[in-house]
Design a protein around this ligand. Sequence first.
Ligand code: HH2
Length: 284
Amino acid sequence: MRERALELGARTLIMGVLNVTPDSFSDGGEFFSPERAVERALEIEAEGADLLDIGGESTRPGAKSVSVEEECRRVLPVLERLRDLLHIPISVDTTKYEVARAALEMGAAMINDVSGLRRDERLADLAAEFGAALVIMHSRGTPETMQQLPPSPDILREIADHFAWALARAQAHGVAVEQLVLDPGLGFGKTFADNLLILNRLGIFADFGRPLLVGPSRKSFIGHITAKAPRERIFGTAAAVVAAIFRGAHIVRVHDVREMRDVVRVADAILQAGGPLPFLGLAG
Ligand code: HH2
């Protein structure tokens, strides 16, 4: 990631979420002013996050796309202020070339592309140019359309095919394999059963040899099980985070950093007891 490196595998890394949006599904409006956003970013770091993921466009099902200008207007002032204040690396959650470029110019070290290069392959050019990390997430359709799609006949195969395609495309654009991270995209056009299956079979994606990022935080599959509103899904999120870690996640993307820090530490300590699993490897 530019002049830094993230050590993966020794412990699970935490990516703290900061949504500078009026309409995100669980924290929309809460950090919409630059002052509140900067405050929360510093809190996320103090709570123990290893990375900050800042986004200016909601990807919740049905969300309308915002313009480049609006997304920049939301994110850039916050990045500018954080530049000299924050020590952890910053990831920008965007699918737009112009937003990603501006964020990288302001020091962001990672592009988190929820379209997994399907919206604009030039995001890979940017990752190559700046030496930034690039998260390739799998999504079905766009946030506006994803819940109307028919279910996938084989979601794990669909995700794996997308990973193979996007890894090849990114490298064709000059991105080194060490810059690439994979994310199966929980909630993005997936059914309730798909989300559970992805978590339980996460280990199969270890075959790509790339770090796995997983974002279960407060998502609706947790609400379906617990009948809780998004902000009340902390324990449900904790269970999903532990499951992801036991199935080989390297990075977890969460809103509740303070709580998940303990969850991750305990899960890591248990997982490391007795060394790597003899037959299955850590990804099991
Ligand atoms: N989930 C969301 C947004 N970005 N990026 C990655 N890599 N993985 C995810 O699972 C992921 C993501 C959705 O969560 P949130 O940012 O809280 O909501 P919203 O999109 O409504 O702002």
